[in-house]
Structure formats: structure tokens, C-alpha cells
Design a protein around this ligand. Structure first.
Ligand SMILES: NC(=O)c1ccc[n+]([C@@H]2O[C@H](COP(=O)([O-])OP(=O)(O)OC[C@H]3O[C@@H](n4cnc5c(N)ncnc54)[C@H](O)[C@@H]3O)[C@@H](O)[C@H]2O)c1
Length: 309
């Protein structure tokens, strides 16, 4: 049995990681301020400390005897980063440094969530890890800052880390009612309620949608590949799916005919984003292999099971 700490473990991705580690018999503790995460997302016997990420060093008991820390706590919203620039910086960049500091004090390796947002508007597709990094948003800039501080963590403070650049993650427990939700959960919610879906622009914009089950496998594999030179790895499928194609696949899984209306294109929306999965395969020995229809079926089953009667 190993011991892990998951920050942001009550959230969407974090709770899937906690569930997987817990069901393999490991001891998992969670620190989360429950700003978007929920206690109900966690196994009943998983210890939860409700606190701000910047106070993580104030809980030495959480760190004792740990085999690894997974740092997922963040304001995971580009829009919030725009509305509350400095406030989100405190969580997304400063909070990551707080995790690295505590990890240094207790000799613990850290796997942390970065994002495809570090790339900004891509010059070439697919986006590979050695591409020029030109984030367009505060959220992307803070994720890039986290990667740079991971280099400091390794080079100056001796903390092994591994950063994972998640592309568009989808799956059960992604909250469709949050105004900051991703396109998959919003479409799913609307199609299940037999409401029209709104596509911003022509719907030909494309993304690399990766199932949360594959993200959990990447997180676990990355701990064994944490190193002082602060490696970063894309977590992506390498498959490009347009927003319209997504709506049709999802409607097929649900068994409805989608009613699509088009709204104005979103200002600053990147047209195409797809990751290069070569390093994921080489470094972590895995591929994000869940077919889109299968991953969407898991989301739909969860949404149906949890829909209010
Ligand atoms: N979902 C995606 O497609 C995606 C893509 C790229 C990167 N990421 C990153 O993955 C990680 C997890 O994202 P998610 O989609 O599960 O989002 P989420 O909002 O469900 O999870 C984030 C968790 O962090 C907690 N949190 C927020 N601020 C905190 C603070 N100040 N102190 C302590 N806890 C705090 C929230 O309560 C929540 O449980 C984040 O770092 C996010 O930036 C997600």
C-alpha cells in the first residue's frame, strides 16, 4: 500500500484519480477548498482537509510518509482567469509553488496538472511539447509559470516533478451547470433535456477530447517518471474532433436528433487544437485510447443516473 496526497481531489479529474488509487488499496488524502469540488465525489472514508491550496504547508500530517503528491487544485477556468486575474494567479501559480515548497520540506515527488492552454494559438499542428509556448490567457500563463517553477523545484530544491498538459478532458462528474463548463458536459446536459444546443461560430473549430479514465492512467504513470529536470508531457489522443462532429456523436450515443443553433463565434477562441501524443507513448508508455463514443457513453450513463427525478 502506498500513500498519496491529491490536491483538488474533490473535483472532476481529481475525484477519478482518488477513486482509482483508493480502489487499488492505497491510502489517499485530499486537500480541497470545495470551491467547485464536492465531498460527495470522494469515497466516504477518504480523509479530506478543506483548506486553501496556499495553506498546504500548514498541514504537515498530510505529508508524512507520502509516496507522491498529485497537484490538481486550480481555478480550472479560462473565463475566471480573465474576470479575476490576480485572484486566479494566487491559486494557479502561487498555489503550485506552495505545493512544491511543502514537497521539498517533506521529500515528496509531485505530478501536477498543466494544460494545452500553454500553447496558445498553435503555429503548427499537432502541438508537440517542444513547440513555442505563447499562452493567450491568464490561465495559460499561470500553467506555464507552474512548469517554469517546476524547473526551479527540481534544479534548486531537489523536488522531482512531472507536468501533464491536459487537452480537453471529459467524463462523469464534470459539472454542466457551472458557467465555466466544457463543451462536452454542456452539450450532454442539453441533449439529455431535449433542448437545442448552441454552437459558437460554424462548429468547424476542433479540439482533442481526452477521456478522464485515460487522464487518470497518465497521472499514475507520471509519478514513476517524475524527475529533477521537470519533464512535461501532453495528455491527448492526437485525434481532432470538430464541435459539430462532437454534437452528432453525442446525440447518437444518447439516441436523439440534435437541434443545433449557431451563436456568434467566441472572441479569442482558438480555431484548432490537437496534441501530439508521441511523448505520452514514449515517456509514459501509454496511449489515450478510449474511443470518443465509448467515453461519451460513460458520461451519458452518469448524467442519466444522477439527473434529478
Ligand atoms: N478539465 C480539463 O479539460 C482540464 C484541461 C487542462 C487542465 N486541467 C487542469 O486539471 C486540474 C483539475 O481540473 P478539473 O477539470 O478537475 O477542475 P475542477 O474545478 O473540477 O477541480 C479543481 C479542484 O480544485 C479545487 N480548488 C480550486 N481552488 C482551490 C484552492 N484555492 N484551494 C484548494 N482547492 C481548490 C476545487 O474545489 C476543485 O475540487 C486543474 O489544475 C485544471 O487546471 C483541466
Amino acid at each position: 500500500m502506498a500513500r498519496y496526497l491529491v490536491t483538488g481531489g474533490a473535483g472532476f479529474i481529481g475525484s477519478h484519480l482518488v477513486e482509482a488509487l483508493h480502489s487499488d488499496g492505497h491510502a489517499v488524502a485530499v486537500l480541497d477548498d470545495l470551491s467547485t469540488g464536492r465531498r460527495e465525489n470522494l469515497p466516504a472514508d477518504a480523509p479530506l482537509v478543506v483548506d486553501d491550496i496556499n495553506r498546504i504547508g500548514a498541514h504537515p500530517d498530510l505529508w508524512r510518509g507520502l509516496d507522491g503528491c498529485f497537484h490538481l487544485a486550480a481555478v480550472a477556468s479560462v473565463q475566471r482567469g480573465t474576470e479575476d486575474w490576480a485572484g486566479c494567479h494566487d491559486v494557479n501559480a502561487r498555489g503550485t509553488i506552495a505545493v512544491f515548497e511543502a514537497a521539498r520540506d517533506h521529500g515528496v515527488p509531485v505530478v501536477y496538472a498543466s494544460s494545452a492552454a500553454v500553447y496558445g494559438d498553435p503555429i503548427a499542428l499537432p502541438q508537440a511539447e517542444d513547440a513555442l509556448l505563447r499562452p493567450l490567457t491568464a490561465y495559460g500563463a499561470d500553467k506555464l509559470a507552474s512548469e517554469l517553477h517546476a524547473r526551479v523545484a527540481g534544479g534548486v530544491h531537489g523536488v522531482p516533478t512531472h507536468g501533464l498538459r491536459f487537452f480537453n478532458v471529459y467524463g462523469p462528474r464534470q459539472d454542466p451547470r457551472s458557467p465555466y463548463s466544457g463543451v462536452v458536459s454542456v452539450f450532454c446536459d442539453r441533449l439529455l433535456a431535449d433542448r437545442p444546443i448552441v454552437v459558437h461560430g460554424d462548429g468547424a473549430q476542433s479540439r482533442d477530447f481526452v477521456a478522464v479514465a485515460d487522464v487518470v492512467r497518465a497521472l499514475r504513470a507520471a509519478l514513476g517518471a517524475a524527475a529533477l529536470d521537470a519533464p512535461v508531457t501532453n495528455v491527448c489522443t492526437g485525434r481532432s474532433t470538430s464541435v459539430l462532429e462532437l454534437s452528432h456523436t453525442l446525440a447518437r450515443v444518447i439516441g436523439v436528433t440534435p437541434r443545433v443553433s449557431h451563436g456568434p463565434a467566441r472572441v479569442g477562441d482558438i480555431r484548432h487544437s490537437v496534441g501530439d501524443p508521441a511523448r505520452l507513448h514514449e515517456t509514459l508508455g501509454m496511449t489515450a485510447e478510449t474511443p470518443l463514443a465509448e467515453g461519451l457513453a460513460a458520461l451519458v450513463a452518469w448524467a442519466r443516473a444522477t439527473a434529478p427525478a
